[in-house]
Design a protein around this ligand. Structure first.
Ligand SMILES: Nc1nc2c(ncn2[C@@H]2O[C@H](COP(=O)(O)OP(=O)(O)OP(=O)(O)O)[C@@H](O)[C@H]2O)c(=O)[nH]1
Ligand SMILES: [Mg+2]
Length: 196
């Protein structure tokens, strides 16, 4: 749920990067953190295990311009993708305004992508939200891996009704990272503007 701070003329949005373990959610945020100038971002907070897997979440606040005289501040979060951290994933989704689903293009991750999307639907449903009701942007990351899954196969398991365009990405070198972020921020903002 977006929050408006009238005194500071600021609107805050919560964006959650979701997806299976190791799909590149944290890498997306790291790239954004690297590229955004210091006056437009806060600290990036990562609660990670020793081997750099997300333990609870990553958090990065970024300013992405103004709308109607209000500064738009996006709070970017990642969830831990590992299957057994579902309680954390659910908690992080609380109050979400938009979701980026980061799918993994590695050939052995087709099923993990499908399961993570199903898990996202279930967790949103527990907050009374249907996936069709919130801005959802799909990203196929790791397009550089050998024998990357064809885009149609990824789409077939995460978006069988072909509702969405899927953004191709290689988060390690930044390809597609800002396209994805722009798509989700645009989608989230258009709802606010539509609401008056
Ligand atoms: N080849 C390749 N490797 C990538 C890409 N994006 C991320 N990786 C690598 O994949 C591994 C996992 O990336 P993370 O960003 O930590 O994955 P995650 O989705 O945050 O994983 P969890 O926190 O466990 O859910 C790291 O070694 C990254 O460097 C990519 O586009 N291509
Ligand atoms: Mg992570």
């Amino acid at each position: 749920m977006s929050t408006i701070n009238f005194a500071a003329r600021e609107i805050n949005f919560k964006i959650v990067y979701y997806g299976p373990g190791m799909s590149g959610k944290t890498t997306n945020l790291k790239w954004v953190f690297q590229q955004v100038p210091p006056n437009r971002k806060g600290e990036m907070i990562s609660l990670a295990t020793e081997d750099e897997r997300t333990l609870f979440f990553d958090f990065l606040p970024v300013d992405l311009g103004e709308v109607k005289g209000f500064k738009t501040r996006f709070h970017l979060y990642t969830v831990p993708g590992q299957v057994f951290y579902n309680a954390s994933r659910k908690l992080i989704l609380r109050g979400v305004d938009g979701v980026v689903f980061v799918a993994d293009s590695a050939p052995n991750r087709l099923r993990a992508n499908a399961e993570s999307m199903r898990n996202l639907r279930e967790n949103l449903n527990e907050y009374g939200i249907k996936t069709e009701e919130i801005p959802l942007i799909l990203q196929a990351n790791k397009r550089d891996v050998q024998d990357a899954l064809p885009m149609e196969m990824i789409q077939a398991v995460i978006d069988p009704e072909s509702r969405y365009t899927i953004h191709e990405a290689i988060a390690t070198n930044g390809t597609g990272v800002f396209e994805t972020l722009k798509a989700v921020s645009r989608s989230v903002l258009s709802r606010v503007v539509a609401a008056g």
